[in-house]
Design a binder for this molecule. Structure first.
Ligand code: BYC
Ligand code: FE
Ligand code: FE
Length: 483
């Protein structure tokens, strides 16, 4: 039995799953490794391959001290396979097997369902790195550049996490799926990534921050759901991934917050009170608040689509099978089977949005999406507090879940951000008020000039309040050229 507190670190693939005594899987992963390194090398612009980046690497799974910080060249990052410690006598938390011993092997009847979920999860991880591949070149500071690369290497590790499960538990078809994870690519015509949001562009740093705030938070919720899985290796894998995820959302929340702060302070200094005087604000070289709201609208709604249909047989089956649970399943006080239970679900009836009670089992996706919206609302409040503190009168808002949707009941209608149904023609006419258009994108792009002096920040974003790993303000988070 491997000792999960310590990590095999001198092997090609750092791990706490006892790879060195599992020759079949070790060989399979070592065979997959060069393809992964090629993918990384092809992806990340060359100058950054030799840069020394101050990164955290997972070296254990103890919540008190699982990471160490040091300068690393990214291609030499130690991507490892790490599972959170086993919970003694863990049980399937929900569905028809609730209370039975958690599975250490894949139950035959659920094999394809499990494989599909693992493949979808695995597909998003490298997709996000692909979407963010050019951002290093326009980083507003070395601090931000380091955070980008930190997120990227960890998403790479999340890919490893899923690939391990595929190789270990799914035999030949797992191997094929693992290969396909490197074959599909974000935005590709022939072989796109599986979920919509992961084929969209991340063209600038404000998008990156919105993505890590909203889309990584979908990742958090989906991982929370899979962390409840009765298939214990999946549960433990996801639990450890969640410890890394917190930083990704921190990067998003503080990134947007610092952008907002810089805008408000610049407006104050210039005596501009009207947030809608867009030209005056933009002339200061900062991003006007209404444009930030448009980016928020876009990324939030793309992320809502990632929760699937409000009423879903797939989700009901997965819950019933004990393959995924609700958010914090084990803390919920009910029968965990949802026999006869209902859950409020939005529906379109005669062209109106109404809320009706639906079987809770069928509404698993909807419930997770509601939990997500609550979770996402927290940061909006903190962004508004930043604005309020400067005395500017403006509030950021989450749009109505019916706005700008492509999946689920709302895919068939167009609404305003308040949720009023309007015609497609009206929507198209007013689209530019609500979603970033080409001119907004061009303006933001014009601000994306790299700032690579340690301790300096581009003019559109405020410095962070504290450094990473408590480093001082002028710390050189990335040494661009080899020493
Ligand atoms: N795009 O009954 P439904 C992350 C399909 S992010 C395209 O609702 P279900 C990360 C659906 O596949 C987290 N297709 O299905 C973040 C189904 O197709 P089939 C990623 C979609 O299964 C940032 C059909 O429509 N992990 O980690 O409940 C950076 C019927 O739909 C979409 C997961 O998502 C869509 N948006 O789907 C890095 C966890 N939505 O099978 C990483 C695993 C639905 O009928 N995924 N469809 O042909 C799942 O649990 C589910 O696949 C969904 C919901 C949540 C997506
Ligand atoms: Fe991830
Ligand atoms: Fe993430």
């Amino acid at each position: 039995m491997p000792d999960f507190a310590t990590v095999e670190y001198d092997t090609l693939i750092p791990n706490n799953v006892g790879l060195s005594s599992d020759k079949r899987v070790q060989k399979a992963l070592e065979k997959w490794h060069p393809g992964y390194i090629n993918w990384w090398n092809d992806l990340i612009p060359q100058r950054f391959q030799t840069s020394m980046v101050y990164l955290r690497t997972a070296v254990g799974v103890d919540p008190q001290g699982w990471a160490k910080f040091d300068y690393v060249k990214m291609p030499e990052y130690r991507w490892g396979v790490l599972l959170a410690p086993a919970v003694e006598d863990r049980r399937v938390p929900c569905g028809e097997h609730a209370g039975e011993k958690a599975w250490q092997e894949v139950p035959g009847e659920y094999r394809s369902m499990l494989r599909r979920l693992i493949v979808i999860q695995g597909d998003t991880e490298p997709a996000s790195v692909e979407q963010q591949r050019y951002l290093g070149m326009t980083a507003p500071s070395l601090y931000d550049m380091r955070n980008l690369f930190q997120v990227n290497v960890e998403e790479g590790r999340h890919l490893w996490a899923m690939v391990y499960l595929l190789h270990k538990y799914f035999g030949a078809d797992g191997r094929d799926e693992a290969d396909d994870l490197l074959r599909r690519s974000s935005g590709s015509q022939e072989a796109p990534r599986m979920l919509g949001a992961f084929n969209e562009a991340t063209p600038d740093w404000l998008s990156f921050f919105m993505f890590t705030y909203f889309t990584d938070r979908d990742g958090k919720m989906q991982l929370e759901s899979l962390a409840q899985s009765g298939f214990d290796p999946l549960s433990r894998t996801c639990r450890f991934m969640l410890t890394e995820e917190a930083h990704h959302m921190f990067v998003g929340e503080t990134g947007v917050g610092r952008t907002i702060q810089c805008t408000c302070e610049a407006m104050k200094a210039a005596g501009i009170e009207d947030p809608f005087d867009i030209n005056a604000v933009r002339a200061l070289g900062v991003i006007d608040l209404p444009t930030i709201q448009k980016k928020l609208n876009l990324h939030y709604t793309l992320s809502l689509d990632l929760f699937g249909q409000e009423i879903s047989t797939n989700a009901a089956n997965a819950f019933n099978a004990g393959i995924k649970g609700r958010y914090q399943e084990i803390k919920i006080e009910d029968d965990h089977k949802l026999a006869g239970a209902t859950y409020p679900v939005v529906q379109l009836v005669d062209g109106k949005i109404v809320t009706t009670e639906a079987p809770a089992l069928a509404a698993i996706n909807m419930r997770l999406r509601d939990d997500y919206t609550r979770d996402a609302a927290g940061g909006i409040g903190r962004w508004n507090a930043i604005i309020a503190k400067t005395g500017i009168k403006y509030e950021m808002k989450l749009p109505h879940p019916g706005f700008h949707r492509q999946i689920g009941v709302f895919a068939g209608v167009r609404t305003t951000p308040d949720g009023t149904i309007i015609s497609t023609a009206d929507f198209e006419r007013r689209r530019d008020e609500w979603l970033p258009n080409k001119a907004d994108g061009d303006f933001i792009a014009s601000l994306m000039k790299p700032e690579t002096t340690p301790g300096k920040y581009a003019g559109w974003i405020a410095p962070p309040r504290v450094g990473i790993d408590n480093k001082p303000g002028d710390f050189e988070y990335v040494k661009l050229h080899e020493a």
